[in-house]
Design a protein around this ligand. Sequence first.
Ligand SMILES: C[S@@+](CC[C@H](N)C(=O)[O-])C[C@H]1O[C@@H](n2cnc3c(N)ncnc32)[C@H](O)[C@@H]1O
Length: 246
Amino acid sequence: MKEAPANLETAVKDRFAALARDPSQEHRFPIGPDSAKRLGYSAKEINSLPGGATESFAGVGNPFSLGDLRSGQSVLDLGCGAGMDSILAAQRVGPTGTVIGIDMVDEMLAKARRNTVAVAVANVHFRVGHADALPVPAESIDVVITNGVFNLCADKPKVVAELFRVLRPGGRLQMADILLEPHVTPEELAGKGSWSDWVSGAIWERSLREMLLAAGFGEIGFHGWTGYRTSDCTQGALVSAVKLAK
Ligand SMILES: C[S@@+](CC[C@H](N)C(=O)[O-])C[C@H]1O[C@@H](n2cnc3c(N)ncnc32)[C@H](O)[C@@H]1O
């Protein structure tokens, strides 16, 4: 992984603020309802959501495919963007459950709040925050879902430590993210790409596994590639892990 540029956060914020404002512009990565359907969301669930909730979708896989959510659970959607996954999670956990969507881009959060009003779900709350300092109490979350966010984070061990902190013992991480393909060598990587193509921020599955283990996670599972591509050496992938009960 190349060192993150000092202005990484500003670049990421600008990019996703633009996507929230105008998804019809040319963006350098797949977005919207058709991308969601290609990634395994059902046409029925996508078509049931208002266009505002799906047009700025920028996920790279389907974290719901990694485990069912149950009625009454508390869910954190890290890097919730315009809120599509948060709304789907809120529908799954029902009125006795809660969903907290966190993102660092105000424009995305404003859009997510509008989308939530449009579908009339009351059990989802959006908060501004950073992945490496989550505004969420310790051991308060049953399931963390995250979709296309970890690769954009500079301090990955800190983010993993935060995810571990907020999960209850027995809680689950369901992650869709961009990973480096296993054949890519560090030498090849050195000459490639940039953070803005989501190459430099991506890590290997084995590196992610080490980070998760170091933080205390167990039952780490790699569930395959999603087919989502932004470069010739990265792909969307699905990974799960459990905060083992002591
Ligand atoms: C590729 S988009 C995915 C959005 C959403 N999960 C979806 O599936 O549509 C990444 C989102 O993560 C947010 N993000 C990136 N880095 C972040 C960080 N360090 N802390 C919080 N949010 C972050 C961005 O603002 C953006 O909304």
